[in-house]
Write a protein that binds this ligand. Structure first.
Ligand code: NAD
Ligand code: GLY
Length: 358
């Protein structure tokens, strides 16, 4: 088992990574320090992995809440259902919530933990690659508003993260590739050597080789933990984790969040950010080619979806929430391994980038 620490003073916690750690009785004993436990999961994950967790909580006063599957249930309505369950079962401030699932379950459960009686403990058990390398780490919790994604939320750190690589065996191919987009992101924004490693080892990774997976999850978590430790509430530096997201959100919005997965949009968006950086003369063509080639090998899109028009992307980018006082800030690149946030780019070149990806 590997352990990565997220250093945040009195909110420091560990991420445990390994094959079959969900069967580690001692690990669960160490963290389940309450008699009142609520496991939140969804209807797809429950039949696969709920029984493994139930073995650890059998003697406690545990409850489960099973969400329907899908982003549209990361809502205030389902958040309220979780809170109602806690109240109905008379759970006190010492209760512990367990989020068993992908980023949807993790974000909603984390937000419920942040709010219930002003904050109770929660443990993240991420079951998608995206959740293991990104959403379970760093304390961003949220639900969606009808008019915007992640509009209602809080920074609230978990007590621990248990990432079991064996649960990834049941993850559909497209979801796996979408998770790899976030993995590649760490290489591009701050870890050039990791990017080299990904280029050399992608074939074993896509075969879901256990050693490669645990290495990649560990390295991704180390990178994310370093950024979060420096800028927990995204005053500045943490924004580099959003590489490709402004482009990606614009595409997802144009597609009404239906045709592409988040990671697919982020993959294409990262390449667009690299393209704009190259047009600005601060990033090498050869590095752009390396990113494109790795995305293609990962089965991620390198062109904008055919149903999307130029104006949709351009206008959606302008209303992106990272637009501060009317000025759109973008994460751009100097090298593979060095990203920065800036508002200094030419609008003409941004338009050229969008055009070239249609
Ligand atoms: P998801 O939670 O919808 O999971 C994807 C699909 O895989 C779902 O159908 C799910 O039921 C299924 N699934 C989960 N685990 C499985 C398994 N082991 N085997 C088979 N199927 C499985 O999506 P996601 O990609 O994990 O997360 C996306 C969400 O995460 C979005 O809501 C996004 O906003 C959020 N997010 C949050 C952060 C953060 O920092 N908090 C970062 C990135 C993304
Ligand atoms: N996924 C971006 C962040 O955690 O800041």
């Amino acid at each position: 088992m590997k352990t990565v620490k997220v250093n945040l003073k009195d909110r420091t916690y560990s991420i445990y990574i390994g094959n079959s750690i969900l069967s580690d009785t001692n690990l669960f004993k160490r963290y389940l320090t309450s008699k009142q436990i609520l496991i939140v999961t969804n209807e797809k994950v429950a039949p696969l992995y709920l029984s493994i967790i139930e073995k650890h909580v059998g003697e406690l006063d545990y409850e489960t809440y099973i969400l329907p599957d899908g982003e549209s249930f990361k809502s205030l309505e389902y958040f309220n259902n979780v809170i109602s369950k806690l109240i109905e079962k008379k759970f006190s401030r010492t209760c512990i919530l367990i989020a068993l699932g992908g980023g949807v379950v993790g974000d909603l459960t984390g937000f419920a933990a942040a709010c219930y009686q002003r904050g109770v403990k929660f443990i993240q058990i991420p079951t998608t690659l995206l959740a293991q390398v990104d959403s379970s780490v760093g304390g961003k919790t949220a639900v969606n508003h009808t008019s915007g994604k992640n509009m209602i939320g809080a920074f609230y750190q978990p007590s621990a993260v248990f990432s079991d690589t064996s649960v990834l065996s049941t993850l559909p191919e497209r979801e796996f590739s979408a998770g790899l987009a976030e993995v590649i992101k760490y290489g591009i924004i701050k870890d050039g050597k990791f990017f080299d490693w990904l280029e050399e080892n992608l074939s074993s990774l896509v075969m879901r080789d256990e050693k490669s997976l645990s290495y990649v999850i560990e390295r991704s978590c180390i990178n994310k933990a370093e950024v979060v430790a420096e800028d927990e509430k995204e005053i500045g530096y943490r924004a580099i984790l959003n590489l490709g997201h402004t482009f990606g959100h614009a595409i997802e919005t144009a597609l009404s969040y239906k045709k592409w997965l988040h990671g697919e949009a982020v993959g294409c968006g990262m390449l667009m950010a690299a393209d704009l950086s190259r047009r600005l003369g601060i990033f090498e063509q050869s590095d752009l080619d390396r990113i494109k080639s790795l995305l293609i090998k990962t089965n991620l899109p390198v062109k904008i979806h055919k149903d999307v028009q130029f104006e949709q992307i351009y206008e959606n980018m302008k209303i992106d929430k990272k637009s501060k006082e009317g000025i759109l800030h973008l994460v751009l690149l100097k090298n593979i391994g060095e990203a920065f946030l800036t508002s200094e780019y030419s609008d003409e070149l941004l338009k050229e980038t969008i055009e070239s990806f249609l």
